[in-house]
Unconditional design. Structure first.
Length: 371
């Protein structure tokens, strides 16, 4: 089967991260022909440095990458058409889909959510009001009846191998040899209460090393340190906290960062899922939506995630997430006091999710039955 995936980059690395990961997995594990249409090739270059942002057509990791521009060029529709996160398809392409026989399997890949209602909506069909086309809504999720989560077939084996060689892992990331310091990562949006979390780490009884990928968070961290801008590779210390700036990592290497750390702060969707596969405690900043819809998503996830935690650990983790997503003062120590329980639960949670089929495999089966 030939697949077309359309993505408009809105959440910087969340949406393109999901689409790039899905496209690569469909090619590598399912032997499919995939075209990825993007309106922002520069964002993809951060995740895949081999990408040429000035080249309208190129192939990377077996994926045919095309620039999505206006007016949209003539293109023969694929057997399966995926619009990521509700991005409207070009009208020219849409009419070409309607003229194709048989019509393509049209998928609207929705945002990930743990809310119970998505299970009942997953897979629902919606006829186009004016064209002979049917769109199916595909909901990623945490249950057997949802669309599942992105996960490569060898992910657990790779993680287990690297985490079994901590010194090699630290050397790969350019970190000093293993010490007694707590290793954490910080990847968040610009409106996160970063200063409060850095204060908590600086006042920690144990030394903390915070790994900062090059992104918008650096400005807040630099201001907290006194104002001078950070550069990749630089370290600065304040109190018991060492800030360590890493070059922006390609998508595969970001997994190594998550595996190396004892605690990961993540944002959006792609890094959020990868942090769960890392089997480490995490702090998630949800992408802000109108009407506080992101807070409902956060609560729904925490309801599921905290169900197996003891009361004290669950309360500390919930309070930390509430502050992180609402501008409060994050009480990291109150949550980290339950470190052993949080670590054990993170591993148990990932193991349980791994028993379910992954998103790409479920999506392929879903589409094969409709082509």
């Amino acid at each position: 089967m030939r697949w077309d995936i359309f993505c408009r980059v809105i959440d910087n690395y969340g949406d393109i991260g999901v689409c790039w990961r899905l496209a690569r997995q469909l090619v590598a594990e399912h032997g499919l022909t995939v075209r990825l249409w993007l309106d922002d090739l520069a964002s993809l270059r951060r995740l895949c440095p081999e990408t040429d942002p000035d080249e309208a057509s190129q192939r990377q990791a077996g994926v045919d990458i095309r620039r999505w521009r206006d007016p949209f060029p003539p293109a023969v529709p694929a057997d399966v058409v995926v619009e990521a996160f509700g991005c409207p398809l070009p009208q020219r392409y849409l009419h070409a889909m309607a003229a194709r026989r048989p019509a393509p399997c049209w998928i609207n890949l929705e945002y990930l959510s743990a809310e119970p209602w998505i299970d009942g909506c997953h897979g629902l069909a919606s006829p186009h009001p004016g064209l002979p086309l049917v769109r199916h809504f595909y909901f990623p999720g945490f249950t057997e009846t949802s669309g599942g989560l992105l996960r490569e077939h060898d992910l657990s084996a790779r993680r287990h191998d690297w985490q079994g060689r901590p010194q090699a892992l630290r050397a790969r990331l350019g970190l000093p040899p293993e010490s007694q310091e707590i290793l954490v990562s910080l990847f968040c949006y610009a409106d996160a209460p970063v200063a409060g979390l850095l204060d908590a780490w600086a006042g920690s009884p144990a030394p903390v090393r915070c790994l900062l990928p090059e992104d918008a968070t650096l400005a807040q961290a630099a201001a907290w340190c006194g104002g001078r801008a950070f550069v990749a590779g630089e370290t600065r210390r304040r109190g018991n906290l060492t800030l360590h700036v890493l070059p922006f990592l390609r998508q595969q290497d970001y997994d190594l960062l998550l595996w190396a750390c004892a605690f990961n702060c993540v944002r959006g969707e792609d890094s959020f899922v990868r942090a769960q596969w890392a089997t480490r405690p995490l702090l998630w900043q949800a992408y802000v939506q109108e009407g506080g819809a992101h807070l409902a998503k956060l609560d729904a996830f925490l309801d599921r995630y905290c169900a197996g935690l003891d009361r004290g650990a669950a309360a500390g983790l919930r309070a930390l997430h509430a502050a992180w997503n609402g501008g409060g003062a994050p009480d990291w120590q109150a949550a980290w006091h339950h470190r052993e329980a949080l670590q054990a639960h993170a591993a148990t949670w990932a193991q349980a999710l791994q028993q379910q089929p992954d998103l790409a495999s479920k999506l392929v089966i879903f589409c094969k039955n409709r082509v």
